[in-house]
Design a protein around this ligand. Structure first.
Ligand code: UDP
Ligand code: MG
Length: 315
């Protein structure tokens, strides 16, 4: 039995030695259950990450790497790793140890109970900026209401999966990926493994506020058509409102003979409607843009350098 551990790395030279140390310990502990291959995906790092990975590869033949020709993002890195994984099991793990390797033995144990996948879920967000936790909570509440994929609050991309599930995830080859949604969408029997948040071991987060906001919009557009119907609902609602307004003006004219008053109210209405129309057009534009990119069928990423023979390089 072989397990592939996929580790996306972007400018992670500081944490790699720490990560490797704990991976060695854990895989030694699991020696009897499985053999391991490590797939480090260097996502176009600008520091010494690739050099560090190559050193590890010289030290240990289980270490392989895929190095992208530029930064393609974590989603692309995870996809490339999964496409190239040979294991009967595969797991994705952040390089910064926020997905603690020490959870692996428990994950293997739970898999033996007959699950297809064991996924880690943070039950706390200690050490994270308050605004980010709040945003995340709002996002999960909203997306679960408007989409058909089951997306669990606190879910990480860290999960151990059976081959069947890996194949299903790889078969979903959409260009705009949102893995948390994809894992939920493909289904399979999943066990959630709760754990307390761990802070990054070294280095710093790659996510800016805007980056996260864009990623969450991506998630919603990928897994829900609800925003599209906002336009229709606004249309119906505003038509209703305009009827009430017309009635009001006619009645006022008949009862009080009121002359036409003031342009400010008119101006407000025009601006309001203009705003709503643009909002709706913007939403449609978002879907159209995604459709455009999907239709082009561009690859997700390009592997520039690797030590895996028969690696798939253009994915
Ligand atoms: N990552 C990546 N490409 C990117 C950004 C991040 O491969 O463009 C990797 C990064 O090296 C790390 C994981 O994705 O292993 C999670 O990133 P980070 O810790 O910055 O995110 P956070 O934990 O703050 O959500
Ligand atoms: Mg992190």
């Amino acid at each position: 039995m072989l397990t592939s551990l996929i580790i996306p790395c972007y400018n992670e030279e500081d944490v790699l030695p720490l990560l490797w140390h704990s991976l060695e310990t854990v895989t030694e502990e699991l020696r009897e259950k499985s053999e391991f291959e490590f797939i480090f995906v260097d996502d176009g790092s600008k520091d010494g990450t690739l050099k560090k990975i190559k050193e590890l590869a010289l030290e240990d033949s289980r270490v392989t790497y895929l190095s992208f020709s530029r930064n393609f993002g974590k989603e692309a890195a995870m996809y490339a790793g999964l496409c190239n994984a040979k294991g009967d099991y595969a797991a994705i793990m952040d390089a910064d140890m926020q997905d603690p390797p020490s959870l692996l033995p428990e994950m293997f144990r739970l898999m033996e109970e007959g699950y297809d996948s064991v996924a880690a879920r943070r039950v706390s967000r200690a050490g994270e900026p308050k605004i980010r936790s709040l945003g995340a909570r709002l996002f999960y509440r909203l997306i679960n209401r408007i989409s058909d994929a089951d997306i669990v609050d606190g879910a990480r991309d860290f999960r151990l999966m059976k081959r069947e599930m890996v194949d299903a995830v790889v078969a979903m080859s959409e260009y705009h990926r949102f893995s948390k949604g994809i894992f939920g969408w493909v289904g399979f029997k999943t066990c959630w493994l709760p754990y307390e948040n761990v802070e990054r071991a070294a280095g710093e987060t790659k996510w800016s506020f805007w980056g996260l906001l864009k990623y969450s919009v991506e998630g919603m557009i990928n897994f829900s058509q609800a925003p599209l119907s906002i336009a229709s609902w606004c249309g119906i609602g505003l038509t209703g409102v305009s009827f009430v307004m017309i009635l009001f003006i006619i009645v006022r004219k008949l009862l009080f003979g009121d002359p036409v008053a003031g342009w400010p109210s008119l101006a407000c209405i025009i601006v309001f409607l203009g705003g709503i129309e643009l909002l709706c057009m913007g939403i449609m534009g978002q879907y159209l843009a995604k459709t455009y990119m999907e239709v082009k069928g561009r690859p997700h990423c390009i592997v520039g350098e690797t030590n895996r023979e028969d690696a798939k390089k253009i994915l």
